[in-house]
Design a protein around this ligand. Sequence first.
Ligand code: ADP
Ligand code: MG
Length: 229
Amino acid sequence: MNSAASDLQLTRVCKTYPTAGGELTILRDVNLVVSRGEALAVTGPSGSGKSTLLYIIGTLETPTSGTVRLLEQDPFGLTPAALAGFRNSRIGFVFQEHCLLPQCSVLENVLIPTLAGGGAGPAEERRARALLERVGLAQRLAHRPAELSGGERQRVAICRAMINQPPFLLADEPTGNLDRQTAQAVGSLLLELAREQNSLLIVVTHSTELADRFGRRVELVDGHLKERE
Ligand code: ADP
Ligand code: MG
């Protein structure tokens, strides 16, 4: 495939943090090319830089050197306002902690990413309801997050990530707080929704069981990204 047509391209991405004890190198010359329709699992030991890598891909963190191209653009070349708009419309995030707003209902939480685009009209609300129905939460629209199980909260967080139909769906240990069976269901949902929406899915996980269900796996070792098997 022509690499110019890839949706995500990292070239020699490095990340270091200054610390009292000197410079701490987290990512060393990371190269990665991924296209829409692919599902990628990122594994590696705790502290190996998985979240850092995902946050750089998601434009929440800047690389120290190297280039990031998303949909043929350099997001870090955008103004802060343009970058925020790009992130909001192109990237859906799911975190280990669901990060739902406790005072908002399930339906309201899913609609939050539409606020930046001018608010939730009937079309957005229809889409939110359809997504929540799709994940089996049609009977929970008015619940508050505290009134849901852990797996249900994570399903709401996935709907919130998908509401703007982002080309990129990024998840950081999305099943880390769930029991095995619930984790399997949430993993299936991420894979199925990404396939249905033709999103590029990247999931960081400790779970080899989850990673093994992905079409492509990479591992972070000593700051280097290695293709697995
Ligand atoms: P993982 O997600 O694989 O567990 P992280 O990407 O969260 O790893 O962190 C990788 C390393 O970077 C860790 O050793 C962490 O302590 C360090 N780190 C993360 N953020 C910062 C920061 N803002 N300043 C200094 N070190 C950091
Ligand atoms: Mg992490």
